[in-house]
Design a protein around this ligand. Structure first.
Ligand SMILES: *Cc1c(COP(=O)(O)O)cnc(C)c1O
Length: 260
């Protein structure tokens, strides 16, 4: 028997610390009367962008089943290099329609659908892919722009910047229309909503808005229960607001290079 390499030991420690934070936050959520206390533990997606395929394999040996990537070129190469079939790859970055064909070749889900044209491209790509290899439907999250609450808070005199820069996504009012389009496209499965809290502000209001958009969506699409929210620095706030999927990178893998 060989000892684990130092990097595996480090990843195991970081992963353990994040799992503990999730347990603590889930215990708080179940004790609260505010959230509807969804009992199921969230899906932890470990974001491996900028880190090598070897780290993905180390994470898998530590029981990680879900990994996230935000750029198609890097993700496609890594998925090919790792070449294990029991990992789920989640595409979480901005997506251009011309990458749809590549993305459906490896991705279990896309979290960043923000417009009809991207959904259409994914649907076309899935039709071909399913004909070729019969793959399962693509799980689709609608990314929602979450800056709205901060403008209102600033207008009410709270100490928040009036226009925190958005992190992308469809406007909350356009989500239902986009959802109809996804739900009506063969090969695409409407999974829920996704959001990234604006930088430099307390994330609570953003995640509350996301939870409200999710509730509205579920009233017409009861199966779309996913709420993908929460990263290294705000996973507690996201879980308090009902997150079902977390996307955690740097607190597990360490810092990414600051400049590409
Ligand atoms: C990089 C990234 C994450 C992970 O961020 P960390 O702060 O490293 O945990 C989550 N979501 C998206 C969309 C990302 O691009």
């Amino acid at each position: 028997m060989t000892l684990p390499d130092p990097r595996t030991t480090e990843l195991a420690q970081h992963l353990g610390a994040v799992r503990e934070r999730i347990e603590t936050a889930m215990a708080a959520r179940q004790a609260s009367t505010v959230a509807d206390a969804a009992a199921a533990p969230p899906t932890l997606i470990v974001v491996t962008k900028f880190h090598p395929a070897a780290d993905v394999l180390r994470l898998r040996s530590l029981g990680v089943a879900d990994v996230g990537e935000n750029r198609d070129q890097e993700a496609a190469a890594k998925a090919a290099e790792v070449a294990v079939t029991d990992l789920r790859w989640h595409f979480i970055g901005q997506l251009q329609s011309n990458k749809a064909k590549s993305v459906v070749g490896y991705a279990h889900s896309v979290h960043s659908i923000d417009r009809v044209s991207v959904a259409t491209a994914l649907g076309k790509a899935m039709a071909r892919q399913q004909e070729t290899d019969g793959r399962a439907d693509l799980q689709c999250f609608i990314q929602v722009e979450l800056t709205d609450p901060y403008a209102s808070l600033a207008a009410e005199g709270h100490d928040v910047p009036a226009g925190p820069s958005g992190r992308g996504g469809a406007s909350p009012s356009s989500v239902l229309q986009l959802a109809e389009h996804i739900a009506g496209t063969p090969g695409l499965m409407l999974a829920g909503v996704m959001g990234v809290a604006p930088l430099g502000v307390t994330p609570g209001p953003a995640f509350e808005l996301l939870a409200n958009v999710s509730a509205q969506l579920r009233s017409t699409h009861p199966g779309a229960t996913g709420i993908s929210a929460g990263m290294s620095h705000d996973l507690e706030a996201a879980l308090a607001a009902g997150a079902t999927h977390l996307r955690v990178g740097s607190d597990i893998l360490g810092p990414r290079p600051a400049v590409l």
